[in-house]
Design a protein around this ligand. Structure first.
Ligand code: BDR
Ligand code: CA
Length: 307
């Protein structure tokens, strides 16, 4: 199986991504690492433990970094509620995190499995960037980084920037200039994956505890998207990462050069993607452009149905 580490800030869509990965025998999840983001680090870490509990998994959970490298912290209670996972009843975790820090775990895991570990960050890139700075030797040993974040067009947290990129643009810059093979799954892709009511109903139709949990998560997640964009459901951003690893044929990607805007001002955190190759700079990312949304949701329902 493909060895992966899930690094995120759960978060409704991060939670679904963790459930998707832990249900997939094609993957070996070495660990789940947490970062600040949608809500503060205490809550994203608690939520990772909650999801592990629900999945009845033994995967180790490592607590990561609670602040961005340079910019002041932001958070997204507006989308995910006070808990970061508002909506369903959250089971009480029976186990805590490992003692090792997430950044140290990332470095150790990559060194122990050279060339084999795929990092799947679905939040701000702070943990990954710090691992690359603390242990530069790991860059050539990472198989690939598959990140949900950025956009080839407009943002969602500012007109220019997507939330995960804006939350730590300097960390994103470190990752985009690291030379590690990188897949960027941004809003231009995830806005094609709307969890509208018929898709939510398919999770509920499983008639299982986890199916119902996902349905309630998606219903809460839909509220913000309905109010802000007038959409009938939430854009299910983060699970596109693991889905792409499992079923790449459901998606289209194109190599592009992507640069993160670090300048202070209205464009900070924008992932400037050279869609037409006008800079002549060599591509540093495979950028997701097409999504077979029906195929993606069918895969999700099938995997969630395994619980
Ligand atoms: C990203 O921001 C978070 O709110 C989501 O979990 C996703 O990772 C979308 O911009
Ligand atoms: Ca996320």
């Amino acid at each position: 199986p493909l060895q992966v580490i899930l690094d995120g800030d759960p978060g409704h869509d991060d939670a679904v991504n963790i459930l998707l990965a832990l249900a997939s025998p094609e993957l070996r999840v070495l660990g789940v690492t947490t970062v600040f983001g949608n809500v503060g680090l205490d809550r994203t870490t608690r939520n990772a433990l909650v999801v592990r509990e629900l999945a009845r998994s033994n995967v180790p959970v490592y607590r990561g970094v609670g602040r961005p490298l340079v910019v002041p912290p932001i958070s997204a209670e507006l989308v995910h509620g006070e808990s970061g996972l508002d909506g369903p009843h959250l089971p009480t975790p029976s186990r805590g995190t490992e003692d090792e820090h997430a950044v140290h775990f990332l470095i150790r895991a990559v060194r122990e499995h050279p060339g084999e570990v795929t990092l799947v960050p679905t939040g701000p890139l702070t943990n990954v960037a710090l691992a690359l700075r603390l242990a530069p030797d790991i860059a050539p040993l990472i198989r690939r980084i598959v990140w949900m974040g950025g956009s080839t067009d407009t943002g969602n947290w500012t007109p220019a920037a997507e939330f995960n990129a804006l939350a730590d643009p300097h960390a994103a810059h470190i990752v985009f200039t690291s030379g590690v093979p990188l897949t960027m799954i941004g809003l231009n892709a995830s806005h094609q994956a709307i969890a509208h009511p018929a898709r939510v109903a398919a999770f509920r139709g499983l008639g299982t505890e986890v199916g119902e949990f996902v349905a309630v998560l998606l219903e809460f997640f839909a509220e913000h998207h309905r109010e802000r964009y007038g959409w009938e459901g939430g854009a299910l951003h983060d699970p596109l990462t693991v889905a792409w690893l499992l079923r790449p044929e459901l998606f289209g990607t194109r190599p592009m050069h992507v640069e993160v805007d670090l300048t202070e001002g209205p464009s900070q955190g924008r992932t400037v993607a050279d869609v037409w190759g006008v800079t002549g700079k060599a591509p540093n990312a495979e950028v997701m452009t097409e999504v077979d949304a029906d195929g993606f949701f069918a895969l999700l329902v099938e995997q969630v149905g395994k619980y």
